[in-house]
Design a protein around this ligand. Structure first.
Ligand SMILES: [Ca+2]
Length: 587
């Protein structure tokens, strides 16, 4: 018996067709036609058939039990296609929330090939599933699709080719905890108040308007796995905030078995990067059997240090030589202000081996990213296997970039391109421009994810969010977004290199407040490696004034709208961000 299966799903509650797909993407069955008549509650199926074959039209409500059929022993019509129609009301099925239908070939007849069903039909008004994948410390130039010829990232490259590739995506605070707070809330750090050394516990009133809360409250099934990044007031590290939770407190572990929520995958995938993909497959399968759309967020631990690549990929970059960035090394950092060198990022150029062991350091860094690339492939396979490819939006990014020797620095935090920028690719299969390998130069930030997800789901965006929905870019990569975006560094572990930057148009302005206060101005279009500081160049005096004004406006917003903090017993009594606002005020 041929058990190649083809599925379609009907949501009868809304009388809309949400997706149609094949259980097996290598299936040779080809869909030809499928339709659903809302007025008559009738579904019509046409599939490729061969004379002599017979079929069973089975249905299921949970993708598990296929013991019921709409019709059995269906014989092939003359010609190459067979068509059947079923009135779901007559069959007493409308009371169901949802059914899956499959065409199953029950004999081989005299021919070859199989039956099949239709190309995807999607309700354009139906909320899509959202898959949000975020790595940890992955710089934008770590992928082939971003122009790195030395790396092997086939699945990341394919996602970029399928969707839109964002070339000016910034993490507005470029470090793990604060960036995740930006992502969840759509708020700048000085409004969500969450970063290392101050505000490590997010206030409940802030989290209450995060995308996980709002999507779940508005009918989405939510799942989270990986590094959550911060704790919530009275709520732990995301525990209880999702329908399915496989998150970790603090940093989590690369050892799958050491993450309780992943332990069941440890035998097959002892390294967590692939274990997240296995968890994702189970989440996708269980979500496919429900009426709700889903939002699945996975925060991979890789490639964050301690460097721990999956040994199964040791062969990928063995003995590899890596091209150094065009702004590699201390010589290319001589012009960067002393304040930028006061933090721990400057010594890490040497401490982490970028100076003398570059190839070895980059081999293990990219091997970790390769593990995530394989996981991405597994997750996309699962989306296809459960018939969800046509209504699932996939977003891939990193919580911050990484300085792999650029300007003679290592690590993140700083407002340099390599540390503040991150890869971003979004694939919306419903978009008319999907598959055209289009790139966007629009200015985007990690504060844009929450409003984008809410917009995709048809949920109103809270007006206080700083971020903007990126959905217009999914239809037109030239669509405008932010006229200016702020990059802030308030991280002081290992030395104070705090600063505030504004990116606007093709320019980046940074004010290093510590005396003697220093300004930087770069034309990123002409000088993407940030090699020439234009702040003292009289040719750019007007541009400097313009950028100073934008900066001053941001500081004014900071001072007016910064969050108040304090312990539970005395909330709103500590004003950490007022200090930063004063520090960042130009003298
Ligand atoms: Ca990070």
């Amino acid at each position: 018996m041929n058990i190649k299966l083809i599925f379609l799903k009907l949501i009868l509650a809304s009388l809309s067709i949400t997706f149609l797909g094949s259980m097996n993407p290598s299936d040779e069955f080809k869909v030809s036609q499928f339709s659903y008549n809302e007025d008559t509650s009738s579904v019509t199926l046409t599939w490729t058939s061969v004379e002599g074959e017979t079929y069973s039209i089975d249905y299921s409500t949970d993708l598990q039990d296929w013991t019921q059929s709409l019709e059995q022993n269906v014989t092939a019509d003359p010609g190459s296609n067979t068509t059947r129609s079923y009135n779901l009301q007559t069959l007493n099925l409308p009371s169901l929330d949802k059914i899956f239908v499959r065409v199953r070939k029950t004999n081989n007849g005299g021919g070859s090939g199989g039956g099949g069903i239709t190309p995807p039909l999607i309700d354009p008004n139906g909320p899509p599933n959202i898959v949000f994948l975020m790595t940890d410390d992955q710089t934008f130039y770590s992928m082939g699709i971003y122009g790195n010829p030395d790396v092997i990232t086939p699945n990341m490259d394919q996602l970029g080719k399928d969707g839109v590739i964002f070339d000016r995506h910034y993490n507005t605070t470029a470090i793990c905890m604060a960036s995740r707070a930006n992502v969840f809330t759509g708020l700048y750090e000085y409004k969500n108040g969450t970063n290392f050394t101050h505000g490590e516990v997010m206030k409940e009133s802030i989290w209450a308007k995060s995308y996980p809360r709002l999507l779940r409250a508005n009918g989405y099934r939510t799942g989270f796995a990986g590094k959550f990044g911060f704790s919530i007031e009275n709520g732990g590290w995301g525990t209880g905030e999702f329908d399915v939770y496989a998150g970790a407190s603090q940093q989590g572990s690369y050892v799958t078995a050491d993450n309780p929520a992943l332990a069941q995958y440890a035998a097959t995938y002892p390294h967590s990067s692939l274990a997240y993909a296995a968890w994702a497959r189970d989440f996708i399968q269980s979500s496919a059997a429900q009426t709700k759309p889903f939002c699945m967020s996975i925060s991979f631990k890789a490639p964050h240090r301690p460097t721990t690549p999956d040994p199964r990929f040791n062969h990928i970059y063995a003995g590899k030589t890596f091209t150094k960035p065009g702004n590699y090394g201390r010589t290319f950092g001589a012009h960067r202000p002393a304040q930028s060198k006061a933090g721990r990022q400057y010594p890490r150029f040497i401490d982490w081996g970028y100076d003398v062991s570059y190839d070895q350091v980059m081999a293990t860094y990219h091997q970790q990213i390769y593990g995530v690339d394989v996981a991405l492939g597994m997750i996309r396979q699962a989306i296809a296997d459960f018939g969800l490819s046509n209504n699932t939006v996939i977003i891939f990014t990193s919580d911050n970039g990484f300085l792999c020797g650029s300007h003679g620095f290592g690590s993140k935090v700083l407002p340099f391109e390599e540390s503040a920028r991150a890869p971003l690719m979004i694939y919306d299969p419903r978009s008319p421009i999907a598959g055209q390998q289009l790139r966007s130069a629009s200015l985007t930030g990690n504060i844009d994810f929450a409003p984008t997800f809410l917009n995709l789901a048809g949920i109103p965006i809270p007006p206080e969010m700083d971020g903007k929905s990126l959905t217009p870019i999914l239809a037109d990569p030239t669509a405008d977004t932010h006229s200016q975006l702020a990059l802030m560094s308030t991280f002081t572990r290992g030395g104070d290199s705090t600063s505030l930057s504004i990116v606007s148009g093709s320019y980046k302005y940074t004010y290093w407040w510590q005396a003697p206060a220093t300004e930087e101005l770069y034309d990123l279009a002409a000088d993407p490696l940030e090699g020439t500081n234009l702040a003292a160049d009289p040719v750019y005096a007007l541009k400097l004034q313009e950028m100073r004004q934008k900066y001053d406006n941001q500081v004014a917003d900071w001072k007016q709208n910064r969050i108040m903090q304090g312990p539970p017993a005395a909330p709103n009594t500590v004003n950490v961000y007022e200090t930063y606002g004063n520090n960042f005020t130009r003298q």
